[in-house]
Write a protein that binds this ligand. Sequence first.
Ligand code: GLN
Length: 202
Amino acid sequence: DIRIGVLALQGDVCEHLAALAEVGTEPVAVRRPEELDSVDGLVLPGGESTTMVKLAHRFGLLEPLRQRLTEGLPAFGTCAGMILLADRVLDGIAGQETLGGIDMTVRRNAFGRQVDSFEGPVEVEGLDGSVHGVFIRAPWVESVGPGVEVLARFGEARDMESAVGRIVAVRQGPLLATSFHPEVGTDTRLHRYFVDRLVQRT
Ligand code: GLN
């Protein structure tokens, strides 16, 4: 069985656990460092990135998480989870820490300055047909390094001219991140993508 952890300190943990079960893996809520040892992949959920880092620090998880990612643990970050996987953050709190791993700069609450939350279709490279993107105070990716593959850009925008073309899904090696929340709703294709293409290939 493939065991996929979900960082369960804060955020939409249940939705990810359900989606991971749906795609045939054994989901594991991760709150303690030992729980990290047995997983083949890890999901970093949506929620509040600063709170998650604070709690990870308090639970003694911050360094073990960084260690496992450095060792090549496949990970999938959604929204706040995307921020956690970013090497650099704009508009964060002063000195905002992340786990890092993806050579990208994300802008926190980037869409939120225009409209707090919205939904719309997103074309993702490698998937047939668009996915339904749920954006909630979402970050966008401001820039990426040469090793990062852009999987999706924001297409539609009503009153959001500056958002058109912004990167909203990326992959670097075993790391996947989306600005939006694929765990909300019933479309599990991105979880399947993560498990089939990033976890099982390692
Ligand atoms: N705005 C949140 C943050 O900066 C992310 C929002 C979300 O995950 N829905 O962490």
